[in-house]
Design a protein around this ligand. Structure first.
Ligand SMILES: *Cc1c(COP(=O)(O)O)cnc(C)c1O
Length: 408
C-alpha cells in the first residue's frame, strides 16, 4: 500500500481548530535547519517555541533516547526509575532546590507548584491563607488553573467559572504588589522574563522587592522558568543571574528539547507538604523523558556552552540593531541570552505576524510574543554562520514588509 502524502488541508478536516498552523509542513530538522515537504530549507530562529535548545536531532539526544527506548519506557509510580533519580540529583545539585517533582509539560509543572503553595499554607497557617498573586501579561500554561493564574484574560474567556483566590498585579511595579499582598497571600508567581507577554525582563530591584514582600507576609515565591530555564538566558536558570532565590521553580520546554518533560523544584521544607498521595502523574518522570533530560542538563550545564549563549546574544542584538538602523521598525531590541524580542514601534503596532510570515517566505523561522513583538529563541548552540545567514533572510523579509507599508 502506498501512503498518500498528508497536506495542510488535512488539518482543517480532522483536527480541532484551536491552532492555525502555517501552510508548509516541516518534515525534517538538523541542528538549526529545517526542511519542509517541498524540501525548502529554513533557518530556525524559533527553536520550536523556545524548546529545541540544542537544535534538531542532536546526536547525543538521539542516542540517549534510542538507548532508553531499547531499555525501559514506563513503570508507574509504584516504582521509581534510574533516569529520574539521576536527573533529580543533577537538578538539585545544580540549583537552590533539594527536591524535584516531574511532570510532562510546563502547565503541569505549574499546576503542581500552584497546588503546593496552597497546601503548604494550609498546613502551616490555615485554609484562609490561599491567595496567589501573579502579573498581568504573564503566561503559565493552558490548564484552567494556569490560565486563571496567568495574566491574559483572553485565555480564560468562556471557560469560567475560573478558580478563585487569584489576584493580578503589574509586572516591574512593586507598589502594585504591595497594594494586593497580605497575610492571606500564599504565593507570588512570576516569570523572571515575561515570555509570551513580550520578552519583558524583570528588573533586579523588582525581584528583590518581591522576595522581601514574600518574606514579610510568609508567602512563597514561585519562579516560572519554563521559558527562561535550562540555559536560555546564558545561565542554567535565570534566577542565578538575578541572585534572587525562589522557593519553587518550574521548568519545561528546553528541559526536554522537544520530548515532553516538566519539573517542579523546591526546598525540603516546602516539599514536605506534598506528602504521599497528595499529587501525581502517570507519565511524569518516565524513563524516556528523564533519560533525554539528563543528557540535556549534562550538555547545557557547562560554562563554555553558557558563555557561548551570551556571545550569540551580542551577535543577534547587534544584527537586529543594524537592521533597525535601516528600516526603523523597532522601538527596542531586548532580552537576555537567546531569548530576544524586537518590540515594534508605534507605526508597526499589531503587525508582528506579518514579519513572521515574510521571514518564513524568505526561509527563516521566527516567533512572535503577542502582536507587537518579534521573538527569537533559537538553539543555544546555533552556529554563528547560521545566525548571520538567518539575519540576512530576516532582513529581506523586513524589507518586503516595509516596502508594502504599514497597515495602520
Ligand atoms: C510555555 C510556557 C508554559 C506552558 O508550558 P506547556 O509545556 O505548554 O504547558 C508555562 N509557562 C511559561 C513561562 C511558558 O513559556
Amino acid at each position: 500500500m502506498t501512503e498518500k502524502q498528508v497536506t495542510r488541508e488535512v488539518f482543517d478536516a480532522v483536527m480541532v481548530p484551536n491552532y492555525n498552523p502555517q501552510k508548509v509542513i516541516p518534515v525534517r530538522g538538523e541542528g538549526s535547519r529545517i526542511w519542509d515537504q517541498a524540501d525548502k530549507e529554513y533557518i530556525d530562529f524559533a527553536g520550536g517555541i523556545a524548546v529545541t535548545a540544542l537544535g534538531h536531532c542532536h546526536p547525543r539526544l538521539v542516542n540517549a533516547l534510542s538507548q532508553q527506548a531499547q531499555t525501559l519506557w514506563h513503570l508507574s509510580n509504584v516504582f521509581t526509575n534510574e533516569p529520574a533519580l539521576k536527573l533529580a540529583q543533577k537538578l538539585t545539585e545544580s540549583t537552590f532546590a533539594d527536591k524535584a517533582f516531574f511532570a510532562n509539560s510546563g502547565a503541569e509543572a505549574n499546576e503542581a507548584a500552584f497546588k503546593l503553595v496552597r497546601k503548604y499554607s494550609y498546613d502551616h497557617v490555615g485554609p484562609e491563607k490561599n491567595e496567589i498573586i501573579s502579573f498581568t501579561q504573564s503566561f503559565h500554561g493552558r490548564t484552567l488553573f494556569t490560565v486563571s493564574v496567568g495574566g491574559q484574560p483572553k485565555y480564560r474567556k468562556g471557560f469560567e467559572p475560573a478558580p478563585g483566590g487569584i489576584r493580578h498585579a503589574e509586572f516591574n511595579d512593586l507598589a502594585s504588589v504591595e497594594a494586593v499582598i497580605s497575610d492571606k497571600t500564599c504565593a507570588v508567581v512570576l516569570e523572571p522574563i515575561q515570555g509570551e507577554g513580550g520578552i519583558i525582563p524583570a528588573t533586579p530591584e523588582f525581584l528583590r522587592g518581591v522576595r522581601a514582600l514574600c518574606d514579610k507576609h510568609q508567602a512563597l515565591l514561585v519562579f516560572d522558568e519554563v521559558q527562561t530555564g535550562v540555559g536560555r538566558t546564558g545561565h542554567l536558570y535565570a534566577y542565578m543571574e538575578y541572585d534572587v532565590v525562589p522557593d519553587i521553580l518550574t521548568s519545561a520546554k528546553a528541559l526536554g528539547c522537544g520530548f515532553p518533560m516538566g519539573a517542579m523544584l523546591t526546598t525540603e521544607k516546602v516539599a514536605k507538604s506534598l506528602v504521599f498521595g497528595t499529587h501525581g502523574s502517570t507519565s511524569g518522570g518516565n524513563p524516556l523523558a528523564c533519560a533525554v533530560a539528563n543528557e540535556i542538563i549534562d550538555i547545557i550545564n557547562d560554562p563554555t556552552l553558557l558563555k557561548g549563549v551570551s556571545d550569540k546574544n551580542k551577535r543577534f542584538i547587534d544584527g537586529l540593531n543594524a537592521i533597525n538602523a535601516k528600516y526603523g521598525i523597532f522601538k527596542e531590541v531586548r532580552g537576555k541570552g537567546l531569548l530576544i524580542g524586537g518590540a515594534l514601534n508605534d507605526e508597526w503596532q499589531g503587525q508582528a505576524g506579518r514579519f513572521l510570515q515574510a521571514g518564513l517566505a524568505e526561509g527563516v523561522m521566527v516567533l512572535v510574543a503577542g502582536p507587537n513583538v518579534i521573538r527569537m529563541a533559537p538553539s543555544l548552540i546555533i552556529p554563528d554562520t547560521d545566525i548571520e545567514q538567518g539575519l540576512a533572510l530576516l532582513e529581506k523579509g523586513i524589507e518586503k514588509v516595509v516596502s508594502e507599508g504599514s497597515n495602520t
